[in-house]
Design a protein around this ligand. Structure first.
Ligand code: ADP
Ligand code: TRP
Length: 322
């Protein structure tokens, strides 16, 4: 069975973009692959330094992963800090990493382009991410487009290490979500935790309805025909339900026929979210009320990750002469 590794930074509430672009892929893969899914807490520290907020976000991401459908019986779900061996592996890799590889890192370059001073954590970010992947001997890394460079740097580092010390690491491949579409937020830009434009499918009904009403649409009058593909309401609907779903087909037909107002389309999206995420919303409420259960799941996941991870680090240490 092929092994899969992926993670997300605990830096805020997960949203429909994360779900459609990344998490749904993990949920599908768990039936045919061995999954290691982790909460990238060390990576969050590169940009987020409020301890209370970090603790809360780590807990929430764990709960939401499970609520979205990751089955702890099938998936090793763990916090990065529960596998601290990964920092040792990052060091061993750093010693094989020429500066120019880290210089290329997009996050680091973004900081520089904005005239901000990046910390060394940002600079070393791709090396730690490579260690996350290599420590589990993963075959496959499902990610969004923005993460492809990091997986490529990982392959480069693994190749250099193997070339110098002998065959220690497996070279992983990345895997993009089907369609790999970028989901728009309520303002029409890419939905992102950083833009205050997210839709959180776990919101209570009333604020959720209000939030959906804020999705930016144009001023085409109700009776006119409309292009569904140009409307974020339809784009979000299609991403959740799938293009072939009869409700999606109906919505597209009604847009093209004219006579459908955006208010009505938003109402259909509201109902779709309640329907599609109904089980997830219920599971989340149960997990929120049972922190012990979540803690036990994370402890189990960490044990499994340490079993695999310690063996990899020992192999790498021995190869280096340690
Ligand atoms: P954010 O931009 O909200 O901080 P992250 O960078 O933490 O999101 O992304 C976590 C995962 O979710 C990545 O694999 C990323 O590609 C995916 N993702 C984030 N936003 C979107 C979006 N709007 N559409 C599709 N996928 C997304
Ligand atoms: N950098 C990733 C993000 O911002 C999170 C991450 C850290 C990751 N380590 C990883 C993703 C290893 C995949 C594999 O989304």
């Amino acid at each position: 069975m092929k092994r899969v590794l992926s993670g997300v930074r605990p830096t805020g509430q997960l949203h429909l973009g994360n779900y459609c672009g990344a998490i749904r892929q993990f949920v599908d893969l768990q039936h045919s692959h061995e999954l290691f899914i982790f909460i990238a807490s060390y990576h969050a520290l590169t940009t987020h330094s409020d301890p209370e907020a970090l603790r809360a976000s780590i807990r929430q991401v764990a709960i939401d992963y499970i609520a979205f459908g990751l089955d702890p019986a099938k998936v090793a779900l763990y916090r990065q800090q529960d596998l601290p061996q990964v920092t040792e592996l990052a060091w061993l890799l750093a010693c094989q990493c020429p500066m120019y590889l880290s210089d290329k890192g997009v996050t680091y370059k973004d900081f520089q382009a904005k005239g901000l001073t990046a910390n060394v954590g940002i600079y070393n970010y791709p090396i730690l991410q490579a260690a996350d992947i290599l420590i589990t001997d993963a075959d496959l890394v499902p990610v969004g487009k923005d993460q492809v460079q990091n997986v490529e740097i990982c392959r480069d580092l693994a190749g250099r290490f193997n070339h110098h010390y002998g065959q220690v690491f497996k070279l992983p491949e990345y895997r993009l979500a089907d369609g790999a579409q970028v989901l728009p937020g309520i303002d029409g830009q890419k939905m992102s935790k950083s833009y205050d434009n997210i839709i959180d499918p776990f919101m209570d009904e009333k604020p959720l309805r209000k939030r959906l009403n804020k999705i930016k649409t144009d001023s085409t009058p109700m009776e006119d025909t409309k292009d569904p593909d140009a409307c974020p309401v339809y784009q979000i609907f299609r991403a959740i339900a799938g293009v072939e779903d009869e409700r999606t087909v109906q919505l597209a037909t009604d847009y093209r026929a004219g006579g459908l107002g955006y208010g009505d389309a938003k109402k259909r999206l509201f109902e779709l979210i309640l329907d599609h995420f109904g089980p997830a919303r219920a599971r989340r409420a149960e997990l929120m009320a049972d922190p012990e259960q979540v803690e036990a799941i994370l402890r189990d996941g960490a044990e499994r990750a340490r079993e695999v991870g310690t063996a990899t680090v020992n192999r790498a240490r021995a190869a280096c002469g340690l």
